[in-house]
Each structure stands twice: as structure tokens, then as C-alpha cells.
Design a protein around this ligand. Structure first.
Ligand SMILES: NC(=O)c1ccc[n+]([C@@H]2O[C@H](COP(=O)([O-])OP(=O)(O)OC[C@H]3O[C@@H](n4cnc5c(N)ncnc54)[C@H](OP(=O)(O)O)[C@@H]3O)[C@@H](O)[C@H]2O)c1
Ligand SMILES: *[C@@H]1O[C@H](CO)[C@@H](O)[C@H](O)[C@H]1NC(C)=O
Ligand SMILES: *[C@@H]1O[C@H](CO)[C@@H](O)[C@H](O)[C@H]1NC(C)=O
Length: 470
């Protein structure tokens, strides 16, 4: 663990100045940085998000948390009282929940802080970081994080605001640019991929099986129909989701089979798409090696396209001669075409994202000045009002009411503080950075003896440590 400590030490040296301020952190990995073998170990199903948030918020330096776990990414968003300790604690937590050693995890993790973290989430939500640029499912997934989070204590104001804004930015980008035009989904990429792998004349005759009748299953069936496939067998574990498919997918014959007949159906299929939320593989070596041969014109192997994370087809199946297995990561090859077009669309969206993340961070930073502003105002008002009253009393003026004196005092304070207040706002147009604003808050506190508790998260942290150790 020596090297891990060095890592923490290095971060500590770099941090210094910002120690006093809470940070938004994004810690995670995606298909850009980690293979599916690793992502599936970290994936947390929706039902597990509330528990994960609670666990994260019990860590000493973590105040708020959110989990964004999809087939392409596993990202943790937190508000940390100390960002370097926050990184350490979250990384450690990820290692414990997945069983992947920290040293291994670190090779694949990305760590982003404040503005960078905000910008990253906005990009994700806009579909800029997706395998298929501009695809819409990720926006529904970000919305779902928000929906689930509403019921959970540790998903509080800052993180809530961040995700609400991310959803708004996701919509804005899709609305104002043509990033989503012609965007396909992962599911259509999977169908596309199957087409590429099958011998040309075999596509229309290949026997298709879809395992899982959820959102992804539905889209696969839809795209199969669009590509001219006329018949498909679908394995549904329960009745519920079949209605949605019936309603949305037309022009293809769909035969429903229960999960108990999965292996028989696989034996009668040439192409098997697996897309269930099962946490265990549905196909292992012993199941697949005994399946009957596929149709003559397909050659000698059965095609498995597994777009589930965690995967539904076990690693042991990949080595079999009678099967060719592909997973989500293999779909990259399909979508990498048309790079120039992607680049152009991404640039359009980037402008919106820059503006939105700047403004989100600026408003968050300006909030920190609020306690100081309140104290400063009341300090001035106290003095002015007392002095005014004393003066008026001495002069024997009594027409002016108490309320009148207070109004006059407030008006004077407004005038007096109008200009100084500008220095508490982060404003890129005026070249005022966040560190300047923090410095200004400090100076005002010191000069006027306001004693607002900005610089010391130490007490909060100590209190939390004591609470959790009881
Ligand atoms: N959403 C995306 O954008 C996306 C993209 C690529 C890949 N994926 C991956 O695709 C998979 C499915 O995603 P989804 O969005 O379609 O989920 P979903 O809408 O929740 O559907 C999940 C389906 O899996 C079935 N299922 C759940 N547990 C099962 C088990 N133990 N055995 C057999 N069937 C089971 C469900 O049946 P019941 O109705 O009976 O519960 C349901 O039909 C996930 O692994 C996901 O990571 C999703
Ligand atoms: C799957 O859907 C079909 C069609 O609605 C239904 O008849 C069947 O009972 C469902 N299977 C299971 C296991 O619920
Ligand atoms: C901000 O800084 C830039 C470059 O240093 C300068 O050109 C610009 O005039 C500055 N703006 C203000 C309002 O001071």
C-alpha cells in the first residue's frame, strides 16, 4: 500500500489553499478507461443506489453522494469536505464493494473536481461522452438518478442541484444542436454489428433470439424489424414489459417464451442477443457447448451479442469454437465510423456546455459569500440605526417613527455596500476568480471581525468522525 500513500501525500501537497472549501468530485470509470470485465464488477443496479449513497455519506469526508451506473460507466459524484481525503475514501469504498484492489482500480479511474466534474456530468448527460454520440438513453438514466435520489437523504441540495441542472443541459443541447439527429442507440449498434458479422445472404433467414424484454430488448426488436427481419423469439421473465413491446413494435412477428425454455430456444437460434438485468451470467460453457448446430448457411458458429453489464454470457463461453461472443465494448467498432461528423456536432454542443458549467460553478461559489454578506449588513445596520436614533433623540426630533429610522438605516447600508458587494461574486467577465472571492470573504471577515465560520471544516469533520465511531 506504500504507493497508495504516496499518491495521497502528493495530492495533499498540491491541495493546500483549497482545503477550507467543500468540493464536488466525480470519481469513476467508463468504457473509455476500463473494459467491461472491470465495469461489471463495479456496476450497481438501481435498487442498490440508495444503500450505496448512504454508505458513501457515512465516510468521514463525504457529505452528499450520487451513483451513475450504466452499461458504459460507473461514476460516483460526491460533495467532499476535503477533496483529497474524499478521493481516497471513495476509491477505497469502490475497491471494497467490487473486490478490485485499489492499485488495479487506480489505473482505470478518472478523478475530476469542481468545474471539471460539473462539466463532465453535463457532457455525459448531453450524450457527448456516449459510445453513440447524442444517444438518448443516457439522459433518461441521469433523470432516473435524480428520481431515485429524491427519496434518499444523502442525495441533498448540492448534488440534487447538480443533477437537475445536468438534465436541463442534456435537454438544451439536444434541442439547440443537431447532436441527436440520426443518433442511434446502443441497441441499434448491436443489430448493426450482427449484420456485419453474418454472411450477407443469411441475415433475412437467420433465426433471432432476444433474451430480456426491457428497454434494450424492445429497441433491439424494433431495429431488427427495421432491418427487414420478420420473426423474432423473445424470452420474457414476466408478463409486465411485453405490453410495451406490443404497443411500440410493429411489423414483426414476436413469439414469447418463458425463461425456463431459454436453452431450448438458444438451440433453435442462430443469433442470440442478451439484454437482461441479471447479475449472474445466464450462459456458461456447459450450456453452450451442448447446443445443437446452427443453420447451414451461417457456418459453424452461433453468434452471441451480449450488451448487458454485468454480462449475461460468461467469460468461459468466449473460448468455445461453436460460439462467437461479443459484448458492449465490441460495439465501438460500429460507431467509430463518421468521426468528422461526430466531431463537428460535439463542438456545437461544447459551447453550450462551457457556458452552463461556468454559470453553475459561479452561482455555487457565490453562495459561499452569503453568510458573510448577511453579517456585514447587520453590522452596518446596527451601527447606523443606533447612531441615528441617538442623534434624533438628542435633537428632540420625535416625528420620525422607529420604523422610519430602520428604513433609513437600510437604505444607507444598501448604498454603502453596493460596490463592495461586487467583490463577492465570481464573474469571469470581470476576471474575478473563485480564489479571489474566497480571499475577499476572508479579508472582510478579518477586518470587521465578523467571525463567520468559512475556513474551518475541521470541526465538522471531527464531529463526524466522532459520530461514526460511536
Ligand atoms: N439502457 C441502456 O441504455 C443500456 C444500453 C446498453 C446496455 N444496457 C444493459 O442492458 C441490460 C438491460 O438493460 P435495460 O435498460 O433493458 O433494463 P430493463 O429495462 O430494466 O430490463 C431488464 C430486463 O431483464 C429482465 N431480468 C432482470 N433480471 C433478470 C434475471 N435474473 N434473469 C432473467 N431476466 C432478468 C427483466 O425482466 P422482468 O421484467 O421480469 O424483471 C427485464 O425484462 C443491462 O445489463 C444494461 O446494463 C443498457
Ligand atoms: C411472456 O409474455 C407472454 C405474452 O404476453 C405471456 O403469455 C407469458 O405468460 C409471459 N411469460 C411469463 C413467464 O410471464
Ligand atoms: C480581463 O483580462 C483580460 C486578459 O488579461 C483583459 O484583456 C481584460 O481587459 C480584462 N477585463 C477586465 C474587465 O478587467
Amino acid at each position: 500500500m506504500g504507493s497508495h500513500n504516496d499518491y495521497v501525500l502528493l495530492i495533499e501537497c498540491l491541495s493546500g489553499y483549497t482545503k477550507e472549501k467543500s468540493s464536488i468530485l466525480a470519481i469513476g470509470l467508463s468504457f473509455h478507461t476500463a473494459p467491461v470485465e472491470m465495469r461489471e464488477k463495479l456496476a450497481i443496479p438501481e435498487a442498490g443506489w440508495p444503500h450505496a449513497i448512504e454508505e458513501l455519506c457515512r465516510l468521514n469526508h463525504i457529505e452528499e453522494a450520487a451513483v451513475l451506473s450504466t452499461c458504459n460507466r460507473m461514476e460516483i459524484y460526491v460533495v467532499a469536505l476535503s477533496w483529497h481525503r474524499g478521493i481516497w475514501e471513495v476509491t477505497d469504498w469502490m475497491s471494497k464493494t467490487s473486490g478490485i484492489p485499489v492499485s488495479e482500480l487506480r489505473k482505470h479511474l478518472f478523478l475530476l473536481r469542481d468545474k471539471d466534474a460539473v462539466r463532465h456530468l453535463f457532457e455525459v448527460s448531453a450524450g457527448l461522452d456516449s459510445l453513440v454520440l447524442g444517444e438518448g438513453q443516457i439522459l433518461s438514466q441521469v433523470k432516473q438518478v435524480l428520481r431515485v435520489g429524491k427519496e434518499v437523504k444523502g442525495f441533498s441540495r448540492n448534488i440534487g442541484d447538480l443533477f437537475r441542472r445536468a438534465v436541463a443541459v442534456g435537454k438544451l443541447v439536444r434541442h439547440q444542436t443537431n447532436i441527436a439527429s440520426g443518433a442511434v442507440s446502443v441497441s441499434s449498434a448491436a443489430v448493426e454489428f450482427a449484420l456485419m458479422k453474418l454472411p450477407k445472404p443469411a441475415f433475412s433467414s437467420a433465426r433471432m433470439l432476444v433474451i430480456g424484454a426491457g428497454k434494450v430488448g424492445q429497441l433491439i426488436i424494433k431495429h431488427l424489424a427495421a432491418k427487414g427481419c420478420t420473426k423474432v423469439v423473445v424470452i420474457n421473465r414476466s408478463e409486465g414489459r411485453v405490453a410495451a413491446i406490443r404497443e411500440k413494435v410493429k411489423g414483426i412477428e414476436i413469439i414469447y417464451k418463458p425463461i425456463s425454455e431459454m436453452l431450448t430456444c438458444a438451440g433453435e437460434a442462430d443469433v442470440v442477443f442478451t439484454c437482461t438485468a441479471s447479475e449472474m451470467p445466464l450462459f456458461l460453457k456447459e450450456h453452450v457447448e451442448n447446443l445443437p448446430h446452427v443453420s447451414q448457411e451461417l457456418g459453424c458458429w452461433r453468434l452471441f451479442i451480449d450488451i448487458s453489464v454485468p454480462r449475461n454470457v460468461g467469460s468461459c463461453v468466449y473460448a468455445l469454437g461453436s460460439a462467437q461472443v461479443y459484448n458492449v465494448d465490441d460495439l465501438k467498432k460500429v460507431v467509430e465510423a463518421n468521426k468528422e461528423d461526430r466531431h463537428r456536432k460535439a463542438m456545437e454542443a461544447q459551447a453550450i456546455i462551457n457556458e452552463e458549467s461556468e454559470s453553475f460553478v459561479a452561482s455555487r461559489d457565490s453562495l459561499e459569500a452569503v453568510p458573510t454578506i448577511i453579517k456585514l449588513r447587520s453590522y452596518f445596520e446596527r451601527i447606523l440605526i443606533v447612531e441615528l436614533k441617538e442623534y434624533l433623540l438628542k435633537k428632540g426630533v420625535d416625528e420620525i417613527s422607529n420604523e422610519g429610522v430602520i428604513k433609513l438605516g437600510e437604505a444607507l447600508v444598501n448604498k454603502l455596500l453596493h460596490r463592495p458587494m461586487q467583490h463577492f461574486r465570481c464573474n469571469p467577465d470581470e476576471n474575478r476568480t473563485r480564489s479571489e472571492v474566497i480571499e475577499n470573504i476572508r479579508v472582510i471577515n478579518r477586518v470587521f471581525g465578523l467571525d463567520t465560520e468559512i475556513p474551518d471544516f475541521g470541526a465538522e469533520i471531527r464531529a463526524k468522525v466522532e459520530r461514526t465511531q460511536k
